[in-house]
Design a binder for this molecule. Structure first.
Ligand code: ADP
Length: 199
């Protein structure tokens, strides 16, 4: 697919998105590309005058979940609180983008069930690639033993089994990942046929 075709296709799909509450939950290792893709999707939705919020894990941990650590219990609490806010926004017709490592399958499943209108995006890059990117220098610090319980190094990450979207960021461009997410939002928010239109 050439670039022009790709952009035209993206613009056509974007313009079909309706303002219906939905949580799009990006999960993956640190440095996999969650924030990067989320911000690009956010910008595309804002351009379409849609109501959208981005709950980013790093920012949330400085505010809503300040004081929580990285034990399993605290990580689950972190996800639960983000899920609570995402749920409130979703039921008020906001498109919510969440970018958080959210390493535990059961915690993600819990927020999916609570929220209902939910799309899971697995931002997938091999640990070696994330470590090479080392956007925040955290992998180096984890390897040096300066940080404990770092996901992928000495703490688990449970990959989604059936995510609606997988963005393989070591193999595809940011633009390609964004297109996939926008398409998934379009499908999820496609207006259900009204009873009048049913035979
Ligand atoms: P996370 O939010 O998952 O911790 P970030 O988005 O902060 O990750 O960082 C991902 C890094 O990888 C950024 O520097 C980004 O520019 C880079 N990157 C390279 N290729 C891609 C891609 N295809 N998709 C997303 N990010 C990518």
């Amino acid at each position: 697919m050439n670039m022009l075709h790709n952009i035209e296709q993206l613009e056509r799909v974007e313009s079909q998105i309706t303002q219906k509450g939905l949580t799009v939950w990006f999960t993956g290792l640190s440095g996999a590309g969650k924030t990067t893709i989320c911000q690009a999707v956010y910008n595309k939705l804002i351009e379409q005058s849609l109501k959208v919020e981005h709950l980013d894990g790093d920012l949330v941990r400085q505010t809503l979940t300040k004081g929580l650590g990285f034990s399993r219990v605290d990580r689950e609490e972190n996800i639960r609180r983000i899920g609570f806010v995402a749920h409130l926004l979703t039921r008020n017709d906001v498109i919510v983008l969440v970018s958080a490592i959210s390493p535990y399958r059961s915690a993600r499943q819990e927020v999916r069930q609570q929220i209902g209108a939910f799309v899971e995006v697995f931002v997938n890059a091999p640990l070696s690639v994330c470590e090479q990117r080392d956007v925040k220098g955290l992998y180096q610090r984890a390897r040096n033993g300066e940080i404990q319980r770092f996901t992928g190094i000495d703490d688990p990450y449970e990959s989604p089994l059936n995510p609606e979207v997988t963005c393989s960021t070591a193999e595809e461009t940011i633009e390609q990942s964004v297109t996939k997410v926008i398409q998934a939002i379009t499908i999820a928010n496609f207006p259900a046929p009204s009873a009048d239109n049913l035979d």
